[in-house]
Write a protein that binds this ligand. Structure first.
Ligand SMILES: NC(=O)c1ccc[n+]([C@@H]2O[C@H](COP(=O)([O-])OP(=O)(O)OC[C@H]3O[C@@H](n4cnc5c(N)ncnc54)[C@H](O)[C@@H]3O)[C@@H](O)[C@H]2O)c1
Length: 703
């Protein structure tokens, strides 16, 4: 039998079932149908005494087809299919390679033996999507390795290697040499030794691996690791439920629980982001014929915090990069920091000394721009100063070869204006990295009215080797992320002037799910850095005498944040904790008094609404103005760059979750309290709330 996705061949008495569904052998409906037919065929084909299951291409089954998640449940079909494998009257061996995840691993648990090529990785990462392994994983894995180790894999969510798989006991052998031949040879050995089927479903779970202590330990870990999340706890319930049950009873429990998990906002949010992150590279208005430029080398101007981090991204991608700075001392400092960063990776065992040397060899330094005349991409990361940036761009214009990308990492300056410094504005683009640039996954790509399609395509594609998620934005103050930050930060600062403590504001935000409270973020970034930005952009802010006054008050008292041990909080050296500081609170009270800011009590609900509603409202404006291409892009910006909880799907998804009518009513409530200066609802919000629509609906209708 041969379908386009699954084929069967015979090697003596061994039936060889091979799937081929590029690029990653997702177990889509066609593959399931092909496998069902294949298993029927090998069962009825005479003379077969063993079977093997293999995949062509770069990996064994990598998992379920996630695009089917929103359709009819596929778990039941998988359960039926996997049972056909398990019930075969002769041994069946899965021969794995590549990355075997989720449903891809679950199918092998229904096989009787499992072997793998060296370097294969195995995982059950479903909780990261807000669901649980639902194709037998929570029931068969504990039968093979016990409850404790299954919990470790499922809650750990990261793939394990062959060594761990052998130790845990769900892998029988690592096959050196050709995998198909090795797997067939393994099957033949089984036949020669008269070994029949070894059905996982006939094993029982060792209750000693599921004591109250073990379950309590993993429950505590899950609550800590996955704050506000349901799926990890549901997974524990399912896995623990395997003890003392027949496979059929266990699968029935798993079925109930997976359906509960799939119905949660958490899983819808996480699956939304899974697709959102894959969508950002699509730029609908670029002509189809647009070709990116090849990027073989890069030059970075400014070897400070950002320039150094960006250089590391290039070196990690294997792209040679030259750093430039104003003088040798600054350049040496920059190169030294890079060396240290790699050094600490080596110390922590994250990088081999050889790899460090290879990467450092790709990073050069120079003070003379003519050394960069062959660079394909320039990224400017000097001080945030328009005159300086224009001077740098004018100098680059003289040396850069035709077609080279001229990018700026500015956070706040007008890139249209920067582009006037060169005779080739079509090549100018924003590449807004986030700090630390070698760690943060987000890259805002900012196009001006003149940026050419080729340059946009080049930068969007370059993000892949740089391991960044690119989100395209148009020029405006703050682009997408920082523009939305404005109202969020504003209200947090107002509230600490009105009598809330920094701890109270940050705790409300963190309990809700933000990775770090906003005032703690300011302390980390440096109060002086924020104040500089506020000062140089004062003309862009509303005429409110209290605007950013909390930051100014803290700064005026000589408090710079973590860097000098005091900001909104107090810090001690050698300790990353933040301590409440009555002195900071006193400073804020004093400034409030000067400004005549009335004192009030703040509930957690008010803190959340006042911080989140302006953030979402600005996001809707950004969408309406076309600054972002799509609502899901905004969600990616905030979840990958600003610590917005992924399980809430991002600000735009969250707006639809609470309902646009609720959001509008909330904004109007605060407008009545505080006046219209900061609380005008976005016109699109007013319109959609009146029509009873969601942002998702609006987007669908717009396409
Ligand atoms: N730090 C952040 O969190 C962050 C995040 C995103 C974007 N940015 C933006 O990135 C840019 C750089 O910020 P940073 O934090 O890395 O600053 P930084 O002060 O750490 O580094 C700036 C570097 O530019 C060098 N420099 C100054 N004048 C120069 C010249 N004429 N020629 C060559 N080099 C020169 C300095 O010597 C210094 O090494 C700014 O535009 C900033 O707004 C910063």
């Amino acid at each position: 039998m041969t379908s386009s996705l699954v084929s069967v061949a015979y090697h003596g008495g061994v039936a060889v079932i091979t799937a081929n569904n590029p690029p990653v052998n997702a177990i889509c409906a066609g593959v399931r149908a092909g496998l069902l037919e294949a298993v029927k065929e090998v069962r009825s084909h005479g003379g077969v005494n063993a079977a093997v299951l293999l995949c062509e291409g770069r990996t064994f089954f990598s998992g379920a087809d996630i695009s089917e998640f929103s359709g009819p449940p596929m778990e039941e079909e998988c359960r039926h299919l996997f049972a056909q494998f398990e019930n075969l009257p002769f041994p069946i061996v899965a021969g794995m390679h590549g990355t075997v995840m989720g449903g891809g691993l679950e199918i092998t648990l229904a096989c009787h033996y499992r072997v793998a090529a060296p370097g294969t990785r195995f995982g059950l990462p479903e909780v990261t999507l807000g669901i649980i392994p639902g194709a037998g994983g929570t029931q068969r894995m504990p039968r093979l390795i016990g409850v404790e180790k299954t919990l470790e894999m499922v809650l750990g969510a990261a793939p394990v290697n062959t060594k761990t798989a052998l130790e845990y006991g769900f892998l029988d052998r690592v096959i050196d040499g050709e995998l198909q031949a090795g797997t067939i040879a393994f099957a033949e050995e089984l036949v020669a030794a008269n070994k029949g089927p070894r059905r996982t479903g006939e094993l029982s779970v060792d209750p000693a691996t599921a004591t109250d202590e073990i379950v309590a330990r993993f429950t505590a870990q899950a609550k800590k690791q996955y704050r506000n999340r349901q799926a990890p706890l549901t997974a524990i319930e399912a896995i623990r439920g395997s003890v003392g049950k027949t496979l059929a009873a266990g699968l029935a429990l798993e079925d109930t629980l997976v359906n509960i998990a799939k119905a949660t906002t958490e899983s819808r949010a996480l699956i939304h982001l899974f697709f959102a992150e894959r969508e950002t590279r699509k730029v609908p208005d670029l002509p189809k014929v647009t070709q990116p430029h090849a990027v073989g080398s890069a030059a970075i101007i400014g070897s400070g915090t950002m320039g150094g981090g960006i250089a590391i991204c290039f070196a990690n991608a294997g792209i040679p990069v030259t750093l430039f700075d104003a003088n040798q001392e600054a350049l040496d400092r920059g190169l030294g920091v890079i060396d240290k960063t790699y050094g600490s990776m080596v110390k922590r065992g994250r990088l081999s000394p050889e790899d460090k040397a290879r990467r450092m060899a790709l990073i050069g330094g120079s003070l003379d721009y003519t050394d960069a005349r062959d660079a394909d991409v320039f990224i400017e990361a000097v001080f945030e100063n328009m005159a300086l940036k224009k001077q740098i761009f004018a100098a680059l214009d003289k040396v850069a070869k035709p077609g080279a990308v001229l990018a700026t990492n500015t956070s706040t300056l007008d890139i249209e204006d920067i582009a006037t410094a060169v005779g080739r504005p079509q090549d100018v683009v924003g590449m807004h990295f986030f700090s630390p640039a070698n760690v943060m996954p987000l890259l805002e790509v900012v196009r001006t009215n003149k940026t050419s399609p080729e340059v946009i395509r080049t930068v969007m594609d370059l993000s892949r080797p740089l391991k960044k998620t690119p989100v395209l934005a148009k020029v405006c103050y703050g682009f997408i992320g920082n523009r939305m930050m404005e109202g969020y930060a504003r209200e947090a600062e107002f509230m600490v002037l009105e009598g809330a403590t920094p701890r109270q504001v940050d705790s409300a935000l963190e309990t809700w799910g933000m990775a770090m409270g906003i005032l703690a973020v300011f302390d980390m970034a440096g109060i002086d850095v924020g104040v500089n930005v506020h000062k140089s952009n004062a003309d862009k802010y509303p005429p409110d005498p209290a605007y950013y006054q909390a930051d100014f008050a803290i700064h005026d008292a000589g408090r710079k944040g973590q860097k000098n041990g005091k900001g909104y909080y107090r810090y001690e050296s050698g300790d990353r904790a933040r301590y409440d500081d009555p002195e900071a609170i006193e400073i804020l009270r004093g400034r409030a008094k000067q400004l005549g800011v009335a004192q009030r009590e703040h509930s957690d609900e008010e803190i959340l609404e006042r911080c989140l509603y302006p953030l979402v409202n600005e996001g809707i404006r950004i969408l309406e103005e076309g600054v972002a291409l799509r609502a899901s892009d905004i969600d990616v910006v905030w979840t990958s760059g600003y610590g917005f909880p992924r399980y809430r799907g991002g600000p735009m998804f969250y707006a639809d979750t609470i309902g646009l009518k609720t959001l509008l009513e909330g904004i109007l409530k605060y407008r009545a309290l505080f006046g219209p200066m900061h609380w005008e609802p976005a016109p699109l919000l007013v319109k959609l709330a009146a029509e009873g629509k969601t942002l998702a609906q609006w987007e669908r209708e717009r396409r």
